[in-house]
Design a protein around this ligand. Sequence first.
Ligand code: ZN
Length: 174
Amino acid sequence: MAQLDSASPSEGEGCPFEPGREHISAGGLSDEDGIRRAMVLAGEAGAAGDAPIGAVLAVDGRLFAARNEKEARHDPTAHAELLAIRAAAEALGRWRIGGSLYVTKEPCAMCAGAIAAARIERLVYGCRDPKGGAAGSVIDILGSAAVNHRVEVIDGVLAEETGAQLRAFFAERR
Ligand code: ZN
């Protein structure tokens, strides 16, 4: 349905993402591709002891990938979405970033605010967060009339897989 460009070659195949680094995309990224890439980052976060959440920001034909590093950095703002936005802003030299952000889980209030502030055009996410989701589940920051930038929101892409990844992490730590 949201398939962008099925003719794009399987670029970056087997190329591991490193958080905060820039990755070049040869072509369009389908929503599922984006979420799958973000899930790889989420897996890395989980292996490092952080909740498995990953984000990939596609803008100007470039990809910026990040994982949740809240525990690793002892930084309450080191969410995957924010780290990807910061990496893009730094590399592109602008704060009006645009592009499509792929996240494994519905963003929190802080990240939803940052997504609007960065003028992201599309937000694609995996599972909903019934406890803190700010893209409609608990609060709807992006849908608020007080936010003067409209972000297209696509939810539930690989919702089962992304949800299972989070559940497995927390089940293991119980
Ligand atoms: Zn967040």
